[in-house]
Design a protein around this ligand. Sequence first.
Ligand code: RAM
Length: 517
Amino acid sequence: MQIQKAFVTKAERLTPALFEFETLPTAAVEAIADEQAFQGWRMKKTDDYENVLHRSFGKGESVTLDFGDHLVGYVSFAVEAVGSPPDAPLKLKLVFGEMPCEIGENFADYDGWLSSAWLQEETIFIDVLPAVVRLPRRYCFRYLKATVVDASRKYKARFTDFRCRTVTSADVSNVPPLPDGVPEDLAAMDRVAIKTLRDCMQTVYEDGPKRDRRLWIGDLRLQAQANYATFRDRDVVKRCLYLFGGMPLESGAVGACVFEKPQPHVDDTWLYDYSLFFAATLYDYYEATGDKETLEELWPVALRQLRLGAERLDERGVVKDDPSWWCFIDWQGDLNKQASAQAVLIYCLKRGRALAEAAGDAEAAAWIEGETNRAAEAALAHLWDAERGVFVSGDAAQVSWASQVWMTLAGVLEAPEASALFDRLHANPPAIGMNTPYMFHHYVEALFACGQAERAWEELRAYWGEMLRDGADTFWELYNPKDKRFSPYGSNLINSYCHAWSCTPTYFIRKYWKPAA
Ligand code: RAM
């Protein structure tokens, strides 16, 4: 890895201070199994929070507190002994849940393939009572279940205080008001989207504050777009760009994600589309800020991504599809990614072209133009099935939503042709569907791009609106309305329920909403 120290130093200097707010619980609740509820669980209020402070809890007894909204922060609580002098330590178990399922189900039964260490729980031993306990880890939750695993026969525990010091780098005072006349359902969606973004905005743009708590470029790109329309931060986006730009992989490709601690370092995951998105994210940043200095410094990194992306084109000009690579696009195991990858390449080359011009790099601009045309022509010659009127992908000529969406975003078809394509898809939907708000974002964006605004709003309302009806305080990483427990990780317990790439309704509403004529 060739670290560009100056870039990393610049990134570190841009580390933001965090805003802090204090939040107390609002009620005591209980997770109730209910087949009708989202993922089979709902919360029922059992008591006022103030009453909890007057109760004492013996061995095996527990209370679940509802903090009233999704939070990211540091929890502290105070606890004292009731009865005889405490003659044994107090053993407590704490479980944190973004969603009722994390409280209702037992973490011991988790059998997904991602580390169970992401499940938020603690066992704490308190030797001296009364005590004020400040938990050192940051949690991401709305619900907190506290169980007295053991006290002793002679005393019980009484909690006298619970609070959470929430953290974010988002400056809420910067959010402009919504345009006049935005209907209430979209305004509600906008609020939840902004909350999602805010909870993910920490010292970097995290993908999810519960999991993976780190900076991924695919997530950053969408968060930054939503941010330009809301919090209007530029320094943290810039910090993130310099982190990626300063720590490429051996090949020169930008890594898919980076870690901040103990010192900034890049993960060894490479994703074809994510590396290319460095160029698109830089393009958006430059569009939003006009920051030419950053553009000029990072342009060589962006150009390198485009060159590496174009190296994957075969002699026909089609992205090679073999088992050796990973292109993300969606959490959709059945999806063949070739056509989508081809389109992402074209999409990013086009943005790279604008960057080359802004950076005054005429030679690169000419090269990019040639590659764009080659890849776009090859897409039409080899990936477009003229008979069926759809893009196909891979050896099996797979038809998926993703391929059509990305080819539309890449502008491979003119808008009226793309619009007709979506009409055909709606009459005859492809079997390979979409599983993430990330993919749905691109679908909705493609509808706007080809002039189907009405359908775009319908789809936005159907998808993110249904998440709201299912009880979202912040938008979720995964959502398949036909399979609400869907998880690519083997268990919905490990899904992230506040996820960066899901925050884009605010971007759509603020960019495209127009009062009806
Ligand atoms: C998961 C996360 C993250 C995403 C990657 C590709 O680990 O959901 O947000 O960018 O996948």
